[in-house]
Each structure stands twice: as C-alpha cells, then as structure tokens.
Write a new protein. Structure first.
Length: 360
C-alpha cells in the first residue's frame, strides 16, 4: 500500500492530497488539463507545455508504459503531472520503461489518487491557475500565499527554442523551421515529404533566415504568451511576401500579430486530441489535436490583410487564417497530431504545393 505523501496546492488555497509519483521534488507551474484518452508520452514531452502542471482527465495513465520512439522532445520541461490513477506495472510490447521511472529520470514530480474531475471543474470555472506539487507536511495555506506573491517566468519560448541552427538533410524543398518550442512531429512530416530542413532559433533575424535561400518557412508551436517575443514578430513582418510561410499553433498567433491582429488569453485553453474545427473554405470539419492557452481575436482581423479560414466548433474561436496577398497561412491546431487524429495532415501537402507554386 502507498501512503498519502504529496499535495497539490493551488493559489486560491485549494488542496488535493494524493500519492507521489516521479521525482521527489517540489515544483510550481500553471495547472492545466488535457482531455486526450491516450498519448500521455507525447503530451508530457510536448514543449508547448513548458512550465505547466498537466492534469490528465482520463482516469488511468501509464498503462502502456514509455518507449523510445514517441517523444516529442528529448528534454521535456513540464513542471509535473496530475492523475486519478497511475499504472505502475504496464504491459505492452513496445514498453521499455514505466511512466514513474521516466518521471524520476527526468526530475519531474507527479501526484496520483486525487479527484481529477473536481480539479478539472475548478479550472473550467476559475480559469488556469498556479499550483505546486509539494510534500504533505507543508502548511498548505502558507504555500498558497507564496504562490500568489510569485509570478511564473515569461520567457517560455526562449527556454525551449534551440540555441544553434542545425540541419536535417533532404533532397526536396528547403524549409527553414523556426523553433519556438517545436514538436518533433513537425520535422517528421516535413522529412516524410523529402524536405531539406534547417532548424533555426526563435530569435534568428530575417537576414539570417533568408541567407539560407529557403523555398518556404515553417513557424512551429511553442509555449506561453505570443506577445513575449516581439523580436520574432518583427522578423515575421520582414519575411511576409518574401517566401511562402506556414504557421502552427504559436506560429499561427505570431503571424496574426505580425499582420496587426490581436491575441488574448483563453479562460482554460484547448488541450486535447478531440477538438472539432470547421474549415470555412470547404465547409468540412476536422477533428484536431490542440494545446494552447491563447487565441487570435477574430474581430481584430478586420483591419488586417488576413482572412479567417477556420473556427473552433465548440466555442467559435479562431483556428486558422490566410493572407489575402501572399502565400501565408496558419492554423491554431496541430496537423502533425502526436497524439491525436490525422484529419488535417493534408496541410503539410498544401505547404509543399505553395512552395512549388509561389516564387517571389
């Protein structure tokens, strides 16, 4: 039997007591929830979760273990996980480690055995909230008071972006992939299409990017508030009209800001593998994987050169835009999935076609 030894304390003073998993350390972060039924390995290794404590709404995770192939980054940067139940003895032919073992190796704490339905409901009503996984012996109210006083870091993208450019060779179109906290799934999809990929840091200048003579530019996903990287927004302004551009998630938000639109923080974000999105051009609905806490203000698109192309079926928020003059388009969701459905995977093919078609 395991004894209660950990607690998740929220800044509003709420306390959830449970059983410690992973590293025996204390970590604070923004508490969010993910509604996917599978794909916990890809989720915990997604750089867009940098600085966050992930609550899994599915009641059991860890049941198929961890393997070497399904990581989205080799350096996960989440601050913890929360689950109703963790499987400590997984059984699957691909399993190489247990979830608990990997969390210990990565120095990531977790807590299990709590009422995740209650926690998810609180986040939905209150909005995303700061929390900390700590020892049960700590005075919860003093911990909550400390959380309220201290702000979380805002340099989220800087923390996860590559520091130096690197190459993934191919014989097809040359793509400069701006790493804002990219998932490896984006590179995989470009590699499958034969692209010659140059991955560059988030603060690379337009001059440095164009020096690579790219056929196209991909702007990746990433964590945090898009307005925190004004230098990247300025770079995108200088790149529009020079070469075809495709933005995913954070890349979508930065393209919108570069064109004069505005973004805002969602109450509790979209995080899961089952989000319906309507394509306003075709009228079709795709089921998509999503992970973001900010969105583009649809009303702010009116005075820009962007037009709305996709909306979220659940809440009507912006899920995609395209430029009226140049080959620039972006989506808020993840066409590379991992985890999630592959309905919108065709967008990578659209990007390839744009690179073939448009020469400036």
């Amino acid at each position: 039997m395991y004894s209660l030894d950990k607690q998740l304390v929220l800044e509003d003073g709420s306390v959830y007591k449970g059983y410690g998993i992973g590293a025996d350390i204390e970590m604070a972060g923004e508490v969010v929830f993910n509604t996917a039924m599978t794909g916990y390995q890809e989720t915990l290794s997604d750089p867009s979760y940098n600085g966050q404590i992930i609550t899994f709404t599915y009641p059991l995770i860890g049941n198929y273990g961890i393997n070497r192939d399904d990581y989205e980054t080799i350096n996960p940067s989440i601050k913890g996980i929360v689950t109703r139940e963790i499987c400590r003895k997984p059984s699957n032919f691909r399993k190489e480690f247990t979830l608990d073992e990997v969390l210990k190796d990565l120095n990531i704490p977790g807590i299990s055995g709590i009422d995740t339905r209650s926690l998810t409901k609180k986040i939905r009503e209150h909005g995303t909230i700061k929390g900390i996984i700590t020892g049960i012996e700590k005075d919860a109210q003093k911990v909550a008071e400390s959380l309220r006083k201290n702000n979380l870091p805002t340099n989220q993208i800087e923390q996860v972006s590559t520091k130096k450019a690197f190459l993934s060779s191919g014989l097809g179109k040359r793509v400069v992939l701006i790493d804002l906290g990219m998932k490896s799934g984006i590179m995989r999809e470009l590699n499958l299409r034969g692209c010659d990929i140059i991955v560059m840091p988030h603060d690379a200048s337009a001059k440095e990017i164009l020096r690579q003579k790219p056929d196209g530019i991909m702007l990746s996903n990433g964590p945090g508030d898009p307005v925190d990287v004004p230098e990247t927004i300025s770079t995108i302004k200088d790149l529009i009209g020079k070469v075809p551009i495709f933005g995913i998630c954070m890349g979508h938000q930065l393209i919108s800001l570069a064109c004069g639109a505005k973004t805002y923080k969602l109450k509790f974000g979209h995080r899961g593998a089952n989000q319906p999105v309507k394509n306003l051009i075709t009228g079709k609905v795709d089921i998509t994987a999503q992970n973001h806490g900010y969105a583009v203000d649809i009303d702010s698109l009116k005075d820009t050169d962007l037009e709305l192309t996709h909306i979220a079926v659940n809440d009507g928020t912006c899920e995609g835009v395209r430029h009226k003059k140049y080959s620039v388009f972006s989506v808020q969701y993840h066409p590379e999935a991992s985890p999630g459905p592959h309905d919108p995977n065709y967008l990578f093919d659209q990007f390839i076609e744009n690179m073939k078609k448009y020469k400036y």
